[in-house]
Design a protein around this ligand. Sequence first.
Ligand code: DLL
Length: 434
Amino acid sequence: MIEYWNPLMERMPVGELEKMQENKLRSLVNYVYQHSDFYKKRFDEADVKPEDIQTLADLKKLPFTYKSDLRDTYPTGMFCVPNEQLTRFHVSSGTTGKPTVVGYTKNDIHAWNTSLARALTSIGLGRGDIIQVSYGYGLFTGGLGLHYGAEEVGATVLPTSSGNTEKQLDLMQDLGSTAIACTPSYFLFMSEVANQNGISIQNDTRLKAGIFGAEPWSEEMRTRIEEATGIKAYDIYGTSELSGPLCTECQFQDGIHIWADMFLLEVIDPATGEQLGDGERGELVITTLAKEALPLIRYRIGDITIINKEPCKCGRTHPRIMRVLGRADDMLIVRGINVFPGQVESVLMTLPEVGEHFMIIVDRVNELDTMTIQIEMTDEAFSDKVTDIIGLEKKVQAALKNVLNLAVKVELVEKGTIPRSMGKAKKVIDNRKL
Ligand code: DLL
């Protein structure tokens, strides 16, 4: 049976949804023009007035906003409400420069919870479920975001945060967690620790669903996780600028439904800024339609994806984004060839001898880029005496060459050598940037 949190909204005919978006867009441009010096200046510089925006087709007249705008106006220069109207802050620290601060009014928190309540319902979670939240609590949005979303649907929350993995596994068994929310990397680590302690996720726990995101992961990794643990692994997407974790796939696991009454989606060519058609891969740009404290207009999140407006089997009419390859700046350019770490993962996970942990090391030797992939073998492959190590390196090299069209060096390393992560995993060391 298909369950909805808000059936009327989630199944609203597309034409009506678009009318709603148009109305919300018109109010939004007036709102930001009046409440934010930042946006007023941006609009004036681009010579656009709120009254120029009447239909969705007018969206492209509006200037883009960027993560750098949030940094340049640190801490709260882009906010549209005074601090006393804020209920909460979250802060995301990038690798360079100032962190980005996001703020929420009470209504913003409510909208965030609603978004997650629809999402969790779409994967069949609700009253009676025990959701173990193993994303980090604190300034990161993952922990608290999922926490309140899970409470909203009537589930019981087990707020373990990340870390303390053995204790997490004990609690998972003792309290009967039925779902876990964490990064896919952390779940892999948790499964490994479970194995080492003789715990079978499939047989010794009640876990039926994983809510995995906050970092790119591949379809092939999903298959591995589902086969190894017997759970259903769902993709969840969001960014701190948009609130935090917001939207998931539905039970059909075919793209993430992004609520059209809350967000307006575009995919653009990152080089030219031109809008691309549905089904074309490009950079995701989002306009928030329901945020008060920090509305974002044509915000260049930078994630690479495809918008899919085909009807979904679940009956929801809201558009979907297909698996996010990562941010445009996660893309490696190696000898002129573009490579996303996720593409490497996709290839590696099709090879049964290769374990789930890998590291990409990029270097420049004698003016030439080199890429080395460190991999660990699976226990089964390792114990198989006939496995020819050199043969395996060659096999991995050939598979990667076939897909990426790039010659790489493959290095088999001992199990446990690649650092495990309890949050977002670092899968690339680019020595060219040192
Ligand atoms: O990672 C929010 C979040 C928490 C999402 C928990 C899902 C679950 P940030 O730290 O601001 O926010 O990082 C956002 O992470 O722009 C993507 O590049 C990446 N990302 C998030 N979810 C996915 C996903 C949180 N499902 C950045 N697939 C985004 C691929 C993802 N990349």
